[in-house]
Ligand binder design. Structure first.
Ligand code: PLP
Length: 431
């Protein structure tokens, strides 16, 4: 169990005291004490570049100083930090800012804000509960390789077998359909979805909701196309189901625009946001619910830490600093293109046995073979790069640098990845 032998000395306490469930302290075996922007500093004084960004929770980098100033000022003023969901100026300012700068600028009027418990999973639970309440149906359509969190309702809509088995009970209420591209580029899987949902005898129960990620973050950076997403929204409408976009990982600018579905012109019934919403790595989750879908009775979904004021203050600051003009968004798209070109050329140098996928600054380098991705990521960490893997067998190296990263650091990180991959392949050839 807590085998302390073989652990680096500075990690012994974690091996001895922390549950076996811990994960990142194994794949990134060091102690991290400070961080700023895209650089993390270990206890021993080693600097590493961060391409993981808290799994997408740090889109604006670590300890972003402009955002930090707003939190520091709030704390210094003895303003209310915790007040359940009592009305506070911090919450009013957040909602008004988000409504005018993010929603109205994009023609997304008439959404209500629901602040859920602090995890993304809790927000997904709320979205599913609300859809079931509105429609009186239980079934939810989710997609192969989808990830929506690990509370039971969210896990039921999550594909990964490891997580499903670990739930320990029968997970019910979701039917999995093939994601875009699941059956190869020639098959439009939305045709199949439409067919089974309109067929009274298909064996698939009428759904309360269709729940989708526009790019599957944990599932391997699988990218859904514009037309496919538009079909999904149309099918949901035709069958009387709510259309829910889980934008927890791909929202808040990750794909270039604030919402990952803007490029397809969608207007989901419910949008789920979390991870980078607070802008500072503080926990904050919420739903945007179309006004006419807000069927909750007061208190029907509740939690102690919903809409924590400190996180709302940093969330407002993030919008004010980055989203009042198009400059930031354009920069993310440009940097994403540059990353894409570099990863494409690395893939082609190695004889095209690799695939590069993604949108904006969410990119996946599919090594096809889990051991190659694993060895590459481990080597990269030894050489000073924090990078994670994703996909059904963790065979995809996942690039999620902070959207604020400077080009020099970005290129250094990609250089480290390239050298690590090359060394891994050379060693694989020798073995
Ligand atoms: C991370 C994630 C979740 C779950 O969020 P937690 O805060 O970890 O519960 C749900 N959906 C997507 C797409 C995610 O990336």
């Amino acid at each position: 169990m807590g085998e302390a032998i073989g652990e680096p000395a500075n990690l012994r306490a974690f091996a001895a005291l922390e549950s076996n469930v811990r994960l990142y302290s194994r794949s990134l075996p060091d102690v991290f004490s400070r961080a700023r922007g895209s650089i993390m500093l270990t206890d021993g004084g080693r600097e590493v570049i961060d391409f993981l960004s808290g799994a997408g929770a740090l889109n604006y980098g670590h300890n972003n100083h402009e955002i930090k100033a707003a939190i520091a000022e709030y704390l210094a003023s003895d303003a209310v930090v915790h007040g359940l969901d009592m009305a506070t100026p911090a919450k009013r300012e957040f909602m008004e800012t988000f409504d005018s700068v993010i929603l109205r600028e994009r023609g997304l009027q008439n959404y209500r804000f629901q602040f859920t418990g602090p995890t993304g999973a809790n927000a997904v639970e709320a979205a599913l509960k609300l859809s079931r309440k509105i429609t009186g149906r239980q079934n939810v359509i989710s997609f192969t390789h989808g990830y929506h969190g690990l509370s039971l309702g969210a896990a039921a809509a999550t594909g990964g077998r490891l997580f499903r088995v670990a739930s320990g009970v029968a997970l019910s209420g979701a039917t999995f359909m093939p994601y875009d591209g699941y059956l190869g580029p020639a098959v439009d899987t939305s045709d199949y979805l439409r067919k089974v949902l309109l067929d009274e005898s298909s064996g698939v129960d009428a759904p309360a909701a269709i729940l989708v990620e526009t790019v599957q973050g944990e599932g391997g950076i699988n990218v859904a196309g514009k037309e496919w997403l538009q079909s999904l929204q149309a099918i949901a409408k035709d069958v009387g189901a709510l259309f829910i976009v889980d934008d927890i990982q791909m929202g808040c600018g990750r794909t270039g625009e604030f919402f990952s579905f803007e490029f397809a012109g969608l207007s989901p019934d419910i949008v789920v946001l979390s991870k980078s919403l607070s802008g500072y790595g503080l926990p904050l989750s919420m739903l945007l619910i179309k006004e006419e879908r807000d069927a909750w009775r007061p208190g029907e979904h509740t939690a102690t830490f919903r809409g924590n004021n400190l996180a709302l203050v940093s969330a407002t600051a993030a919008i004010n600093v980055y989203w009042r003009s198009r400059t930031f968004s354009e920069g993310v798209q440009r940097t994403g293109d540059l990353m894409r070109r570099r990863l494409d050329s690395i893939a082609s140098e190695h004889g095209n046995s690799f695939a590069v996928r993604g949108r904006g600054m969410a990119l996946g380098f599919d090594c096809q073979i889990a051991e190659i991705a694993d060895a590459t990521a481990r080597k990269a960490f030894e050489k000073g790069l924090v990078i994670e893997r994703c996909g059904p067998s963790d065979q995809v190296v996942k690039f999620l640098p902070a959207l604020t990263i400077d080009l020099e650091t970005l290129n250094q990180g990609i250089d480290i990845f390239e050298v690590s991959l090359t060394e891994t392949l050379e060693q694989a050839r020798v073995v």
